[in-house]
Design a protein around this ligand. Structure first.
Ligand SMILES: *Cc1c(COP(=O)(O)O)cnc(C)c1O
Length: 351
């Protein structure tokens, strides 16, 4: 399949500054769109980035049938571009679609469409340290119909946005003891738009108390940690990494899976098992837990420094940068993503 391209007349690239990139605010010259109707997907078309026109009765606006993905493309000094593990995102968007009762996106539409779009807008992939092109495929129910049923029409799109990785201070996180992100039998493992909507209010409450994010716990007992914000969580003991198993209440991150492999490559023992809140608090108090961090495509990896639970807080005594295993893992991962280091895992897809 060669994807139809309608090229922009004049690129916006020269009007765009890469010095002050605000995440998700600026977009490349083109976007991809495909529509599902009468039981089948149209051929995808790449066209100039711009507004789309929708009916006020568009079902996604009312009933939230919408899913998305996020991944990154990198470019090195030889103008080689790479997308990091795009097949994993393709598989996951269809797992999400399935759970939300939406039609699966054909592989060619996703993969060929993505590669063609990134190739076309290749000059938009920033090259300075810590930058990338963020790729956002998404599907939403686009039938104009207010009845609360599964939509008969869907729209799949991909937009691309130059991004800079957030290099902030280690985070303060608050362990959830009331709100939940996901429940058994729910949609927590899907990248459903509504999961985000449900998390904003508890996150805002935590911010007012001086925290950066909520560390979500299991919905029934609030005694096992699951995810933090929209990131998977790792705990590091001396030579061991632990992360919660990818159950139906946990989004199985591509970054999470990559860190598990990199941890093993670095000679660490890696365990996937339920992590009690009690273990976290006792481990920080005793000093047995050396580091804790969150991971996801947007931030890659970020350490936690302060953990709050009910009315108490505990502070991790984080190692200096040159002894940080978290930083070592992050540098290895970014090295693979950007093409600066070897990729024995075959994760990079060259464009
Ligand atoms: C997207 C997401 C992640 C991270 O997944 P990656 O594939 O690593 O980007 C983790 N948790 C939630 C809830 C997410 O939506």
């Amino acid at each position: 399949m060669s994807v139809e391209i309608q090229k922009i007349e004049k690129s916006k690239l020269s009007d765009t500054s890469f010095d002050n990139i605000i995440f998700g605010k600026s977009f490349t010259d083109h976007m991809l769109i495909a529509k599902y109707k009468d039981g089948k997907w149209s051929e995808p078309v790449i066209k100039p980035y711009g507004n789309i026109s929708i009916s006020p009765a568009t079902q996604a606006l009312h009933y939230g049938q919408a899913v998305f993905e996020g991944m990154k493309a990198y470019r090195n000094k030889n103008n080689e571009a790479f997308i990091f593990r795009p097949e994993d995102n393709f598989i996951r968007i269809n797992e999400s679609c399935k759970r939300l009762n939406m039609p699966e996106v054909p592989k060619k539409t996703f993969m060929e469409g993505l590669k063609t779009l990134v190739d076309l807008d290749r000059k938009w992939i920033p090259t300075s340290e810590g930058t990338s092109l963020y790729l956002r495929p998404f599907v939403f129910a686009s039938e104009a119909m207010l009845k609360a049923t599964t939509s008969m029409e869907y729209t799949f799109m991909i937009v691309c946005s130059p991004a800079r990785t957030y290099y902030g201070e280690p985070l303060k996180i608050k362990i959830a003891d009331h709100y939940s992100r996901a429940a058994n039998g729910g949609v927590g493992y899907a990248k459903a738009a509504g999961n985000y909507a449900a998390s904003f209010f508890p996150t805002e409450e935590a911010r007012k108390e001086g925290f950066d994010q909520v560390l979500w716990t299991d919905a029934q007992t609030h005694s096992f940690i699951e995810e933090s914000g929209t990131m998977n969580v790792f705990v590091r003991y001396e030579n061991k990494l632990i992360t919660a198993p990818a159950t139906e209440t946990i989004l199985n991150g591509v970054t999470r899976r990559s860190i598990i492999e990199i941890g093993k490559e670095l000679g660490l023992e890696v365990e996937e098992r339920p992590i009690p809140v009690k273990e976290i608090i006792e481990g920080i108090q005793s000093g047995d837990i050396k580091e804790m961090f969150g991971c996801g495509t947007a931030v890659v990896l970020i350490s936690y420094k302060i953990v709050g639970y009910k009315n108490e807080t505990w502070e991790l005594n984080l190692p200096p940068d040159d002894e940080s295993i978290a930083l070592k893992i992050k540098n290895r991962l970014v090295g693979i993503q950007t093409g600066a280091q070897n990729d024995p895992f075959g994760w990079r897809v060259k464009i």
